[in-house]
Design a protein around this ligand. Structure first.
Ligand code: CP
Ligand code: NVA
Length: 301
């Protein structure tokens, strides 16, 4: 059974196959070529956090593939009232064909896969965001024509986005330099993963050091979903960790800027840099649809 619980679980070959399929599905979608590859299949979508892109792209994607998306808010499910995820997994496995889940703990996603008998797709946890990174890699390939040999730079928090970008970039032959304030580094296992790729991985303190000669600059919010109470502390900690013109001046010519969105202008990115790269950022958002359709097809295979 194929799941997408975290990007570490997918080999370079599997990632590349998904990116190739995503390109093909995007082409077919743009040219009105039907691809009802999941006719009659039902995807349950559990959301324990808010979402615009993930919800809409999975819902539309499943419909375009001929399947049926079922939105399940944790406000309505018994899971929100304490029913164990292990039981939810075994019940839903008898009704539907796959589950996409957005939640806090990575362990919850892993438990769904362990106790259920259908494919599980991670639509974001505090630990990782694999679907977003597949769309990011697709976008970079689309604009730059390749991934191998390019340098990515990530400025910000060492949580879900940074973690999955480190894995995705290194697995596809890119190098990646990340910059975060003290105390906001990625977890030990991700640092060890990065270090196993030698000098293709770099953990910096100063954003400007990470941005040198970058081909792609990436950033994300200073306070993620669930961290709203820490907003003030985080604003102080992340001051200076901003994608602005000064940072962009040390990057390679034609450097792209990506953002998973939602963006906070004036915090992690200036309005000027955001608007100058809006074509890349919104293509990236669109590619969530195409990349996730590829993930769905691969997981149902
Ligand atoms: N980037 C992303 O996952 O967006 P949503 O939170 O809107 O789904
Ligand atoms: N780091 C952000 C990503 C949102 C797509 C969050 O977890 O809220």
């Amino acid at each position: 059974m194929k799941h997408l619980l975290k990007l570490e679980d997918w080999s370079t070959e599997e990632i590349t196959e998904a990116l190739n399929l995503a390109d093909q599905l995007k082409y077919e979608q743009k040219h009105g070529i039907e691809h009802k590859l999941l006719k009659g299949k039902t995807l349950g979508m559990i959301f324990e956090k808010s979402s615009t892109r993930t919800r809409v792209s999975f819902e539309v994607g499943m419909t375009q593939l001929g399947g049926y998306p079922l939105f399940l808010s944790s406000n309505d499910l018994q899971i929100g009232r304490g029913e164990p995820v292990e039981d939810t997994a075994r019940v839903l496995s008898r009704f539907i064909d796959a589950i996409m889940i957005r939640t806090f703990k990575q362990e919850e996603v892993e438990a769904l896969a362990e106790y259920g008998s259908i494919p599980i797709i991670n639509g974001l946890t505090d630990y990782c965001h694999p679907c977003q990174v597949l769309a990011d890699l697709m976008t970079i390939r689309e604009f730059k024509g390749k991934l191998e040999g390019l340098k990515m730079c990530f400025i910000g928090d060492g949580n879900n986005m940074m973690n999955s970008l480190i894995v995705g970039a290194l697995r596809t032959g890119m190098s990646i330099s990340v910059a975060c304030p003290e105390g906001y580094e990625p977890p030990k296992n991700i640092i060890e993963f990065g270090e196993s790729f030698g000098d293709r991985f770099e953990l910096c303190r100063k954003p400007i050091d990470a941005a040198k000669n970058a081909d792609v600059v990436y950033t994300d919010v200073w306070a993620s979903m669930g961290q709203e109470d820490e907003k003030k502390i985080r604003e102080a900690a992340f001051e200076g960790y901003q994608v602005n013109d000064e940072l962009m001046s040390v990057t390679n010519e034609g450097c792209m800027v990506l953002h998973c969105l939602p963006a906070h202008r004036g915090e992690e990115i200036t309005a000027e840099v955001f608007e100058a790269h809006a074509n890349e950022i919104f293509e990236e958002a669109e590619n969530r649809l195409h990349a996730q359709k590829a993930v769905l097809v691969k997981c149902f295979e």
